[in-house]
Design a protein. Sequence first.
Length: 517
Amino acid sequence: MRMRCRLRPLVAGLVTAALVAGCSGGTATGSEGGSGSPKRGGQLILATNTEPATLDPATCATYGWERCEPIFGTLLRYDQDMAVFEPGMAESFESADGKTWTLKLRSGLKFTDGTPFDAAAVVFNWDRIKDPKTLSPAASIAKKMTWSVVDPLTVKVTVAQTNYQLPWALVLSLSMIGSPAAIQKAGPDFGNAPVGAGPFVFKDWTRNTQITYERNNGYWEEGKPYADRLVTKTILQDDQRLNALRAGEINVDWSLLTKDAKKMAAEGFNVYKEPLVGGTGLRINFKDADLKDPDLRQAILKAVDSEQINAAVYPGDRAADAFFPPDHAYRDDTVGTYPKKDLEGAQKLFDSYLAKTGKSSLSLTFGSYAGVPLLEQVAQLLQSQLQKIKGLTIDIKATDSPTLQKSLSSGTFQLAMSGVLSQQADYIYDVFHSDGTLNYSGYANPKVDKALEITRSAKDEKTVADAYQVVNGEISKDAPMRFWRYQTGHLYTPKYVKGVKMSALSATFIEGVWIDN
């Protein structure tokens, strides 16, 4: 059955449009993402360019969704074809007023350790997320919610302010439920040996190489998962992943590169596309002792040249000049766009900063990804661009993904390369609201806060659109995150891989994917 709570109309329209755009370039179609009946057996090997720090659902539902969904499943799913939420581990999540919600779980669910997947398990996991000691990125969402067990299959959820977007949390950040017994037994080590009730069972993890899963024969969804075995690999370089796909070493590849999507479609591979909200960009720490100065921040932003970055690294992609692309319904340039490249203006603002502080020069640290060639190239270009401001030195500190993520979430950075990608506009709340889950920049703009709250509470489409236009203009002018291109998520598969349907964060619900031998 479909969820009775429906997606906000404007967001639904956005996602539906994205899906239509994704039906070209070799994208498979049909109810299972391909013709024919699903078949059981075989091995799926998926590769991406990042490594999660942990498989603890309190964290990896936000960072590492595609690695953890196979273990835990999700309480809700989102169907892009129909633009509706659908049942997952839960049967329904309903509300009449956007404040009081009722979560109904499936009966008879069990974790793979034999313990019950019930309302008490959900509450245990959510209590743990809310506990500051867990350091969960979903804590800022959880702390605005209260919940209680009504009966073994029912949880009552209450939020202080109307939020018709709350079902997204049960697809993403609050979606994954681990075995309370296993969590209590393993303690801090649970993220290395997770136990869930999802379609696959975790087997082993070789750090920075691969995670192996086996089929959960007790999974609730009859016939699924179709594959007997799943492997998720970490391959940092895009060209290496493409070559691995061509050689048959992997059979599902993830990418953000438009040029590669065109290439793989021409070579006869399935190409699944999903235009995304957000992207990878330069994140500025507004709470840093130096960068809290608005003149310094604006000087940095006026030195960024996204046209140069795209020409050198992402040929064919559109350079970003505001958060939303030019043809987006939520964009109004009269409200604001990214600061335009202006080295003379940047220098004046920087000199003003030096005069105020009594400094003669400044050195800033720029955290970036190590071992990802394209992002390393972007980091070097940004370094060169910013250092055209006389007296400013940018020191690149390249680390692996978990280390960089830790510096972001702890706020111990000055400048950093950071990605925030989703298929839904409500994700912006988490990144830019002053109390947002992913607001690592410490950004606080009362206009943005008010507008984002309207996007959750209003029912009128025009009211929501007007609010998002304010958000787009303000976060473009302030640019706590400065993207350089508009991104599309891609999955590539050989023709024999069927059932791929783009889902949260450009991944797929892997239990529905099958191999046509």
